[in-house]
Design a protein around this ligand. Sequence first.
Ligand SMILES: Nc1ncnc2c1ncn2[C@@H]1O[C@H](COP(=O)(O)OP(=O)(O)OP(=O)(O)O)[C@@H](O)[C@H]1O
Length: 236
Amino acid sequence: MSLMGDIKVRGLRVRFGTVEAVRGIDVTAYGGRATALLGRNGAGKSTTMRVLAGVVPPTAGTVVVDGIDVVADPLRTKRRTGYCPDVGGLVPRATPWEHLQLAARLRRLEDWEDRGRDLLERFELGDAAHRVTGGFSHGMGRRLSVVLAAFHEPPVLLLDEPFDGVDPLGVDATQQVIREAKARGAAVLVSTHLRDLAVEACEDALVLRGGSAVAGMDAAELVGEAGARAYRSLLD
Ligand SMILES: Nc1ncnc2c1ncn2[C@@H]1O[C@H](COP(=O)(O)OP(=O)(O)OP(=O)(O)O)[C@@H](O)[C@H]1O
């Protein structure tokens, strides 16, 4: 039985010109659980996330997100997902509040103001709600990107490097958003280099190397020193 938010990727390939960024990977993720995408720089994590978000088309393979084929219906995919991209995504001349207004209009949300205000407060962006994002620090931009991804409570939450350069309070707020998404049955995918935070957030883990999936495991297997050794052995 397929639950809300399930992700099913089979034989995904993505080629950019002569570069094969993703070389035939399978990903299965379930509603109510979080999966960590791990791997070194260039392993194919962000490309996989972009395909799931409906931003980059797959070269080959099937990609079904919350029951929707991303190739057949990228627009509906975008509606069902909340995506925090690894870079970019923010309009430098717009404020956080204007980003929320735009997101609410695009997604036809009603009565969103209290939730928007609450999320900004929790991510300590309340005081910056009416400042343009062009002047934001890297960590502030990351925090706002997580807010925007989670804002409409999507059945699939895709967070690409959400912890990168984020301070401990921002990390806690992000972990809380992940817990809430799981509690309402969403599937969460977290791409990160930070093994300890991945383990805290996720039940499942998938390690990519050179565009291929080299191992899938319980995230608990990556805990502590033994987990660090196991992880390193998969990277070489
Ligand atoms: N738009 C693009 N055009 C050309 N090559 C690309 C493009 N996007 C990604 N690549 C290449 O695809 C490969 C996988 O990149 P990707 O960004 O998916 O890796 P990643 O695992 O997210 O890495 P990082 O941890 O550094 O973010 C890399 O070799 C990268 O240079």
